[in-house]
Design a binder for this molecule. Structure first.
Ligand SMILES: *Cc1c(COP(=O)(O)O)cnc(C)c1O
Length: 226
């Protein structure tokens, strides 16, 4: 099953789009099986879960953090995380910068935008992103790098709405690129699209899709993995 699922998702990727295999609530054995099929980029949404799995799996895995990150949990992932996709405040970014400095590294980050209609989802709006990127605090940070944007569409069957939300994230990316990162080759990522909507997301310009259940099957939320 896993192999068929993985190959199907891989076959559907547009050229240039990278796959983040979202492994939350999945065991080390399941992750290893997908690793053995060639996958190297995995996504987790809890710092302690990533922290529990990372030492048990090959060191060439690129771990992307995709969940709401509490400041006191950054220490669990700062030494090895390849990208933090879910920066939703200047304060969080400042803490990531500090933790990265302690580990003598630069941590690539994405700014998470609130593009859904659901209030429960996290993320910045344009005004907040402008304030963050224009701040003196941001200019002084030497151990983070902003590589693009991330967003989650509303959980709905309404394809027109989902497409419009993805297009709005693409517009935020274009705006930030031209205003703050015109010369920065690293500012190139638009992380959008999950199992149910990654094809649509790629049509709207996604460069990173975050796919979990379409690869690993449904999640068992009663599992205790850390
Ligand atoms: C769980 C999760 C995903 C993957 O969801 P699926 O529907 O299983 O593909 C993608 N992005 C984020 C931020 C998630 O938390």
């Amino acid at each position: 099953m896993l192999e068929d699922n993985y190959k199907k998702v891989k076959a559907r990727l547009k050229p240039g789009v990278r796959l983040v295999a979202v492994s939350k609530y999945k065991t080390v054995e399941e992750i290893r099986a997908v690793y053995d099929l060639g996958q190297r980029v995995f996504g987790e949404n809890k710092a302690q879960e990533m922290h529990a799995k990372q030492p048990l799996l090959p060191p060439d895995i690129e771990w992307h953090f995709i969940g709401h990150l509490q400041r006191n949990k950054i220490k669990y992932i700062a030494a090895y995380v390849s990208m933090i996709q879910s920066i939703d405040s200047l304060e969080l970014l400042a803490e990531v910068d500090k933790a990265a400095k302690k580990n003598n590294r630069i941590i690539p980050c994405l700014l998470q935008f609130h593009i859904a209609q659901e209030e429960t989802k996290f993320g910045l709006d344009r005004q907040e992103a402008d304030a963050l990127l224009s701040s003196a605090a941001y200019s002084s940070m030497k151990n983070i790098r902003i590589d693009g944007v991330m967003g989650m569409a509303t959980f709905t069957d309404n394809q027109t709405q989902v497409r419009a939300e993805f297009a709005s994230l693409r517009a935020e990316f274009d705006y930030l690129k031209s205003r703050y990162f015109p010369q920065a080759a690293h500012f190139k990522e638009i992380s959008m699209g999950m199992s149910d909507d990654y094809l649509l997301a790629m049509e709207e310009g996604s460069t990173l899709v975050r796919v979990g259940s379409a690869i690993f099957g449904p999640r068992d939320y009663s599992l205790k993995l850390y």
